[in-house]
Write a protein that binds this ligand. Structure first.
Ligand code: AMP
Length: 485
């Protein structure tokens, strides 16, 4: 999972500061690397490994001038630390175009063989964005697009949708304007906004609405699945529906990925998490178990833990204190390293556990490392009973659309029921949300018609191109395949 933002300001404006502030607002979508490209008579770029504030210094921003900019933060994937893979990518020739994406190309290897190797076109990176860029630019070049116009962009997007499988939302700039296209099934988010100033209108496209909020942009709307946007030299936003697939936004965005203060497809992530928490309260009550306190695993579980506690008439308490300066645990090379980092990251407050029946609440259980460790600490702190609640259902299938989750064999819920999982975690009981309740909770927070990609919970991949053999292929080389968006 990655994050992007692209901005087109009025003539003579500079847009890079808005892009950098926007990237900081979506730093949670990727802490591995960051980059930006601006255009003012030529493309200028700055990219690097690390957090946005580590990569960009004021002297870089002085160089990145112009009314057109695009920026990206990269989500960490195991083993991929190459700076050649840092986005955005751009071409000066045969057409000037820069691009960033969020998602994953599932036919990367096949495309590399059939489209690139067979034509002796070497790829310069391991990143799947590069194939999207070349397919797009190839279509533009064949149309002699100079300067690029809406018909050219539509032809490019159409060709990308035809050739490139998977889930990817894309933003970018040409020498003449800003383009964006949401992935054909709308699995990945993409939102459009604008800011009126005395100098003219600034337009922005980003992964999450929070980017627009912090930069002072008003939200216009989410792009639809398979829809493109082009803003050219006349500075009039033009939308076109290029693909007609069913809209299936990723439900894990609401569970874990997006910031709570974001709206995705008209749904407040915060409201969705509150509702998931209430339903967990009801689920817990149905089990007949009794508890004294709800304790969230910080940060993402806080919102849902509050409402779960409310529903049960209990207090929600901060039992774990997070050291936010310790790196992400998910990307450690092995379980031992992961567990040592979890310990440094979350420290308990004994008085919240001692002699109590505690419900520890998290957004999800993947391998079970975090939950196992939390349960162990709760017992060491003298808890009388330890129940573990996950406000999303059991994760059982890998994500091939850009969320680095796990291979099938790593999921603790694979081939285990709740009692067996509780046993594995050392908990007195484990309580999960159901798929139906999770979906219903998100819908009730703002958009009653939404249908989701929930493949990680039920194994149904909406793009219809994930076969069993692809699953084992992608699992064995998902790292090398360059899932970098
Ligand atoms: P695990 O410890 O392997 O069971 O992973 C569960 C923990 O990782 C939970 O605390 C989640 O908040 C977090 N998590 C879940 N999915 C992801 C993901 N795709 N990337 C990073 N962290 C995640």
């Amino acid at each position: 999972m990655c994050g992007f933002i692209s901005i087109f300001g009025p003539p003579g404006s500079d847009t890079i500061h808005d892009v950098i502030n926007g990237l900081v607002a979506i730093q949670h979508r990727g802490q591995d690397a960051a980059g930006a490209v601006s255009f003012k008579s030529k493309f200028q770029a700055k990219k690097g490994l690390g957090l946005v504030r580590e990569v960009f210094e004021e002297r870089h921003l002085q160089r990145l001038r112009g009314s057109l900019s695009v920026g990206h933060v990269r989500y960490p994937t195991v083993g991929l630390g190459e700076d050649t893979d840092v986005q955005p990518f751009w071409l000066d020739y045969p057409v000037g175009v820069a691009m960033a994406h969020n998602g994953n190309v599932t036919n990367f290897h096949e495309l590399k063989r059939t489209y690139f190797d067979s034509r002796n076109i070497p790829l310069g990176s391991n990143c799947d964005l590069e194939v999207v860029l070349y397919v797009f630019a190839d279509a533009l070049m064949r149309r002699n697009a100079d300067p690029v116009g809406i018909e050219d962009v539509e032809a490019g997007v159409r060709e990308v949708y035809e050739k490139v499988k998977g889930a990817y939302s894309v933003v970018g700039i040409t020498t003449a304007g800003l383009y964006a296209f949401r992935d054909p099934f709308g699995i990945k988010p993409c939102i459009f906004g604008k800011r009126e100033t005395p100098d003219g209108t600034f337009y922005a496209v980003a992964s999450e609405s929070v980017v627009l909020d912090v930069a002072g942009y008003e939200i216009v709307r989410d792009l639809a699945a398979g829809e493109m946007l082009w803003i050219g030299e006349d500075r009039v936003p033009q939308f076109r529906q290029v693909a007609a697939k069913p809209h299936r936004p990723c439900i894990f965005e609401y569970v874990y990925f997006a910031r709570p203060d974001t709206f995705l497809d008209g749904v407040s992530v915060y409201e969705a998490r509150m509702e998931m928490g209430r339903r967990m309260g009801r689920r817990f009550r149905e089990t007949g178990l009794e508890a004294d306190v709800v304790i969230p695993v910080p940060e993402s579980a806080r919102t849902a833990a509050l409402t779960m506690a409310e529903e049960l008439g209990l207090h929600c308490r901060e039992g774990f204190v997070k050291n936010r300066y310790v790196g992400r645990t998910f990307i450690m090379p092995n379980d031992k390293a992961r567990q040592a980092t979890i310990r440094a990251k979350l420290n308990p407050i004994r008085s919240e556990f001692e002699g109590r029946r505690v419900i520890i609440m998290d957004d999800s259980i993947v391998r079970g490392n975090t939950s196992r460790h939390m349960v162990k600490i709760a017992r060491e702190m003298g808890a009388e009973k330890v129940y573990f609640a996950s406000y999303s259902p059991p994760l059982v299938s890998p994500c091939f659309y850009g969320i680095d989750m796990s291979t099938k064999r790593d999921f603790i819920a694979r081939d285990r029921d709740e009692a067996q999982i509780a046993n594995e975690l050392g908990a007195d009981a484990v309580v999960y949300q159901t798929i139906a309740e999770m979906e219903d909770a998100v819908r009730s927070a703002g958009n009653g018609d939404l249908q989701f990609c929930k493949a990680c919970f039920d194994g149904n991949y909406p793009t219809g191109d994930i076969t069993e053999s692809m699953i084992s292929d992608i699992e064995s080389d998902r790292v090398a395949a360059g899932n970098c968006g």
